[in-house]
Design a protein around this ligand. Structure first.
Ligand code: HEC
Length: 113
């Protein structure tokens, strides 16, 4: 049990490192991102609320998470027959802009009636 704190420290250090790396990404422009969603809307809806049963909602998701997901599809680290194709066409700036746009949308939750 003595080794647990040091392992926790290493884990935190690794996390901090990856947040620092993510923070160095180019800033995304939400307005530019909105204009780039034309090809996404068929599945993810006009405002990032999915219309295809298999597609996830994108509205309000964290920017870092969205950008990572898109980069992972593009690199092949994450695979999906639809998204792997979609992500190939995206530049780093496209990804930053799209992530900024979808994360800028506010979602409201309410309990089921
Ligand atoms: C043909 C339908 C389709 C289109 C068009 C499409 N997507 Fe997707 N998208 C999906 C599906 C299905 C998934 C879930 C894939 C999986 O299980 O990994 C997904 C997953 C994602 C995810 C991961 C979300 C998460 O919570 O893990 C992101 C981000 C994303 N799409 C962004 C986009 C963007 C940006 C565009 C437009 C450039 C786009 N998608 C176009 C169907 C689509």
């Amino acid at each position: 049990m003595r080794s647990l704190p040091s392992r926790a420290f290493v884990f935190c250090a690794v996390l901090t490192g990856s947040f620092a790396a993510a923070a160095q990404q180019m800033p995304g422009d939400p307005a530019a991102g909105k204009k780039k969603t034309t090809s996404c809307q068929t599945c993810h809806g006009r405002n990032g609320m999915a219309v295809l049963p298999e597609a996830p909602n994108l509205a309000g998701q964290p920017e870092i998470y969205l950008a990572k997901a898109l980069k992972d599809y593009r690199s092949g680290k994450r695979e999906n027959e639809m998204m792997s194709v979609m992500a190939q066409a995206l530049s780093d700036q496209d990804i930053a802009d799209l992530a900024a746009w979808y994360s800028s949308l506010e979602i409201q939750l309410k309990p089921k009636p």
